[in-house]
Design a protein around this ligand. Structure first.
Ligand code: 13P
Length: 248
């Protein structure tokens, strides 16, 4: 089965609302594509203006986070129904920055994944190893543990529709991309893990991205790998280069 590629920008904590609107205008013609899905995952405060700015284009809006309750006394949090009402289609869950700086563990992330599905959002579930783990040779063990824990109670049909992003922590924002072989090896390992938990059809359908210093120069080779279905792009999603990555 041919999986449609998905290229998502993760803006992280960059772009004020007015800068966000300007970036959407700058990228509008550059990211046009009939053959891949394009997503901007933006800071919460940018969601409404970005949804407005990309209306009628091929770009979908994603959030960078959500909370596990629908409403109530959770000061500072944003719920899945709020995101949906604002026009959000995708949500990043379990980015290594949230795991590390905000101490989000797999049990909590599992709740977030389920909450996203309940609301009709498509999760982009992130996983990835530290440099120390890679050097110790436990990369795949670690990633399999993350995936299995984060997907407890998630159905095969849900997994078929979701996105998993493999992001080696040592490659994020460092300019040090994983080699094509390293990236493909882990993405293939994730697909095999999904086949073990679910079945071959689910593994065949789930889209797996690579993330970590993706740029206009390395995207084509990475995305040509059989198990890499696109990218989750940080720094390079904030400039015109993102258009080149989309049209790799
Ligand atoms: P960079 O592309 O800046 O390395 O960031 C990757 C990332 O963390 C995307 O979620």
């Amino acid at each position: 089965m041919a999986r449609r590629k998905i290229i998502a920008g993760n803006w992280k904590m960059n772009m004020t609302p007015s800068q966000a609107v300007a970036l959407c205008a700058e990228l509008k013609d550059l990211v046009k594509s009939d053959s891949v899905d394009v997503v901007y995952c933006v800071p919460a405060i940018d969601i409404v203006p970005v949804a407005q700015a990309v209306k009628g284009t091929n770009v979908a809006v994603g959030a960078e986070n959500l909370y596990i309750e629908d409403k109530g006394a959770y000061t500072g949090e944003i719920s899945a129904p709020m995101l949906v009402d604002a026009g959000v289609k995708y949500v990043i869950i379990g980015h290594s920055e949230r795991r590390e700086y905000f101490k989000e563990d797999d049990a909590f992330l599992n709740k977030k994944v389920k909450k996203a599905f309940e609301a009709g959002l498509t999760p982009i579930l992130c996983c990835g190893e530290t440099l120390e783990q890679r050097e110790m040779g436990v990369t795949l063990d670690w990633i399999r543990l993350q995936i299995k824990s984060d997907l407890v109670g998630v159905t095969a049909d849900q997994v078929k529709s979701m996105v998993i992003a493999y992001e080696p922590i040592w490659a994020i924002g460092t300019g040090k991309t994983a080699t094509t072989e390293q990236a493909e090896e882990v993405c293939k390992g994730i697909r095999e893990c999904i086949a073990e938990i679910y079945d071959a059809a689910t593994a065949d359908a789930v889209r797996i991205q690579y993330g970590g210093s993706v740029n206009a120069g390395n995207a084509a080779e990475l995305f040509a790998q059989p198990d890499i279905d696109g990218g989750l792009v940080g720094g390079a999603s904030l400039k015109a280069d993102f258009g080149k990555i989309v049209n790799y």
